[in-house]
Design a protein around this ligand. Structure first.
Ligand SMILES: Nc1ncnc2c1ncn2[C@@H]1O[C@H](COP(=O)(O)OP(=O)(O)OP(=O)(O)O)[C@@H](O)[C@H]1O
Ligand SMILES: [Mg+2]
Length: 274
């Protein structure tokens, strides 16, 4: 893979359910190492776009390329291999296996893709330490708090360090502190491993935490891209669709307990989950 090839490219992608057009002629590129913050009101098509990118849903028309490979041309085995090795997704809804302990939930994706037990053990230990769930290997999801469950979902998606990550509102149901821990993890994973990512959120205040020189914003409205630009251009925009999103998220982040820099050297070792 060369750094010039976009991680994801959509060319004129459309999706309809019955008569209802949900994605309408979407074209964009997620460049290598870039993060696109994808936002838009409920029902605008964000989750459908992620499912299409992951090859979980076939578009009615248009073409999708993952690291230069057209996914419609892959057979089911190649698609599964692509999802297993190259891409990780954190779903909007809970997707943990309730009957399996933390260890098995984290290991699942690698087990499906033929890693040896020894490799899996190492990878699980690393990823659980990364999300602060080391020592919890034998617990079942029902024994975890909401924030811990979300961190396990992130561990499950990050295991094996895929180069492309898709996050669908990963902080949606969390209280502000648990949400900030999750954002912190996402920023660290992204920056340590140069992950290319699509991050869906309706919480506009998260943009400040996630912004980096390689962060862009894309806004969907009724299945169409109505804005694409930098975080600063987004904030300065007076597009009605953007104004509406900002009004829907009245969160005052001046009261945020967050450490503004996830890489701050002054953070105490055990102060957070890491
Ligand atoms: N499997 C499906 N069958 C029929 N309609 C669907 C299906 N999946 C999504 N839709 C419709 O597609 C539209 C976009 O849905 P989507 O889940 O992408 O919205 P969203 O932007 O992620 O919203 P939210 O912010 O609430 O998560 C909605 O009108 C939804 O009802
Ligand atoms: Mg959604």
């Amino acid at each position: 893979m060369d750094a010039q090839t976009p991680a994801i490219e959509f060319r004129n992608v459309s999706v309809s359910f019955d008569e209802h057009q949900v994605l309408n002629d979407i074209s964009f590129k997620l460049e290598h190492g870039e993060m696109i913050l994808l936002t838009g009101v409920s029902g605008s098509g964000k989750s459908v776009l992620l499912r299409v990118a992951m090859g979980l849903l076939k578009p009615d028309s248009g073409r999708i390329f993952i690291e230069g490979k057209e996914i419609q041309k892959l057979d089911e085995t190649e698609l599964i291999a692509m999802r297993g090795g190259l891409m990780g997704m954190v779903f909007q809804e809970d997707s943990l296996f309730t009957g399996l302990p933390v260890y098995e939930n984290a290991a699942y994706r690698l087990e499906e893709h033929g890693w040896s037990d020894e490799e899996i053990e190492g990878a699980v230990a690393e990823v659980l330490r990364f999300v602060g769930l080391d020592g919890e290997e034998d617990k079942f999801p029902e024994e975890l708090s909401g924030g811990m469950k979300r961190r396990l979902e992130i561990a499950r998606a990050l295991i094996g360090w895929p180069r492309i990550m898709l996050f669908d509102e990963p902080t949606m149901s969390l209280d502000p502190i648990a949400a900030l821990k999750v954002l912190d993890l996402i920023v660290r994973a992204r920056d340590m491993n140069h992950i290319s990512s699509l991050y869906v959120t309706k919480k506009i205040h998260e943009f400040d935490h996630l912004a980096s020189p390689k962060t862009k914003v894309m806004v969907l409205l009724d299945g169409s891209v109505v804005f694409r630009g930098s975080v600063d251009e987004f904030k300065a925009s007076d597009l009605p669709a953007i104004k509406e999103l900002v009004t829907l998220d009245p969160y005052d982040h001046r009261r945020d307990p967050y450490f503004s820099d996830p890489w701050d050297k002054h953070r105490l070792p055990k102060e957070t989950i890491l």
